[in-house]
Design a protein around this ligand. Structure first.
Ligand code: SF4
Length: 497
């Protein structure tokens, strides 16, 4: 077994965890290839919506329908997975006849869907192992590799010591390598949630709260910056509960109530070369005056905040068991807008929650119009197993009504995004280039990379993407741009010389 791939579904926490798994497998001597190829195929699944669960199943099916002969893949490391398909497998078939395990790729399913639907995952044809969130994924993977790798397999090289990934109750493992080609690096500082929003399956799948120590987070951030990342995005399941043993604010230890502010201060003062620090998502009640004051002291903290509103109706918020009212949400937005220069605010909204009336949806639209989020991720409510809301079947909103509401919300969200970005026409923004045509050209000769038509794009401080042409820029560069024009779908800029 020489190669592996990881398919990732879901949120940034999942992306980070997949990078941890990749790091452990690379330490073990395996080489990463594009998914869903490789001798070992890991699918890191998501279960947060029924759509995500369906996507997880589809991805597993794709991975199990592309078996490779491990030895052939080893012999020709430059060839893609497609070159090693077993001719005996009907790739279109829904129920392929799988060869025995000695001659095909091994498939391991991890993550939230593997945890919520462990039995179903294990019964899918071609799945060799399921590892749940309640197990130590990296340790279990290494055990499986030992089991599956014949003792005389010369491919198992590299450092075979266990990676430092043991899950301890109050600490999270460090990811001390350059994890991906993205210019932004995720740094997971917190895991777990016990808030039990009535629609959410996460507390069943990640019930124990744990936090990375400030020292470990600083060490990891230094390693990421040293590896070339300019922007670090802090992630967690309930980041506002960083340093706490519960996400329920009324039960939190008030004597240590500001650990997140302390962590931000440590990262901004003890990590030389860190250009940008972004907080991926905060529960609305967590962005209090103390945290806002700390954030605005540090120029590395970008003026972008993702604050999931979910609904603008207090009745629905109560029914969702959210820890704020719409009024408190708007007060917090006012504080943010006061503290930062034209902050970008993004959100998530659930449409069609049980018993959501037209009037209640109108309240959501009202909050959306008042805040003018620059991006709104609106999705239709879907019942998740063993959640409180899944039992309220008699209150489900008709699918057509929910779809109409989604359309309305998306239209409104587009208008607000356009209006926000128009405010920056003629003004300077800085972007970290995420992708350049030149970087993806098969010909990387200096002449080619100087092609004037090279188009690049990158996210600016305020989260929106800006496209621009440059003969010299490459992924990872920090570039000053002037915003020239804005349409519903695109923001165009030019380099400020
Ligand atoms: S805060 Fe609510 S929505 Fe977020 S993970 Fe916890 S239970 Fe789920």
């Amino acid at each position: 077994m020489k190669t592996f791939s990881i398919s990732i579904l879901g949120c940034r926490v999942n992306q980070y965890e997949a990078e941890q798994i990749a790091a452990a497998l690379k330490r073990r001597g395996l080489r990463q290839v594009d998914s869903p190829g490789g001798d070992l195929r890991v699918i890191h699944t998501c279960s947060v919506t029924s759509q995500a669960a369906k996507g997880s199943r589809q991805t597993i099916r794709r991975a199990t329908r592309l078996p490779v002969l491990g030895q052939i893949a080893c012999d020709n490391p430059d060839a893609g997975a497609g070159d090693h398909r077993d001719p005996g497998i009907d790739l279109q078939s829904q129920t392929p006849q799988l060869p025995d395990t000695s001659s095909r790729a091994r498939v391991v399913v991890t993550g939230c869907w593997a945890t919520s639907d462990t039995v179903a995952a294990g019964q899918m044809p071609g799945v060799d192992a399921v590892i749940t969130n309640h197990q130590n994924v990296n340790d279990r993977l290494i055990e499986l590799l030992n089991e599956w790798t014949p003792p005389d397999d010369a491919s198992v090289t590299g450092d075979v010591t266990q990676p430092p990934t043991t899950n301890r109750p109050t600490s999270l493992p460090i990811l001390g390598h350059k994890p991906a080609t993205h210019q932004r690096a995720f740094l997971k500082i917190q895991d777990g949630c016990d808030a039990h929003c009535t629609y959410c399956i996460i507390p069943q799948l990640r019930p124990v709260l744990s936090s990375k120590s400030p020292d470990d987070a600083v060490a990891e951030a230094r390693a990421l910056v040293a590896a070339g990342h300019r922007e670090i995005v802090l992630t967690g399941i309930f980041m506002g509960a960083y340093g706490q043993s519960t996400a329920l604010r009324r039960r939190q230890d008030k004597s240590t109530s500001k650990p997140l502010a302390g962590l931000v201060a440590a990262l901004c003062t003890q990590v030389p070369g860190l250009t940008r620090l972004r907080l991926s998502s905060l529960e609305p009640g967590d962005l209090d005056e103390h945290l806002i004051n700390e954030l605005k002291r540090h120029p590395q903290v970008v003026p972008h905040f993702h604050l999931p509103l979910q609904s603008g109706s207090d009745a629905i918020l109560r029914k969702m068991n959210r820890q704020y009212t719409s009024g408190q949400f708007l007060e917090m937005i006012a504080m943010v807008q006061d503290a930062f220069d034209e902050p970008a605010i993004t959100t998530d909204i659930i449409v069609g929650f049980p018993n959501e009336t037209d009037d209640e949806f109108a309240r959501t639209l009202d909050v959306v119009d008042r805040v003018q989020f620059i991006h709104t991720h609106a999705f239709s409510y879907s019942p998740r197993p063993k959640t409180a809301a899944a039992r309220w079947t008699d209150q489900y909103v008709d699918g057509r009504v929910a779809n109409q509401r989604i359309h309305l919300l998306n239209d409104r969200a587009k208008q607000h995004s356009l209006a926000y970005r128009q405010r920056f026409v003629g003004r300077a923004v800085s972007v970290i280039v995420e992708r350049s045509d030149a970087d993806h050209s098969p010909d990387r000769s200096p002449d080619k990379s100087r092609d004037k038509s090279s188009v690049h794009h990158g996210r600016c401080e305020r989260y929106f993407d800006v496209h621009f042409a440059s003969p010299t820029a490459h992924a990872g560069d920090l570039v000053q741009l002037r915003v020239d024009s804005v349409t519903a779908d695109r923001t165009q800029g030019s380099v400020i010389e």
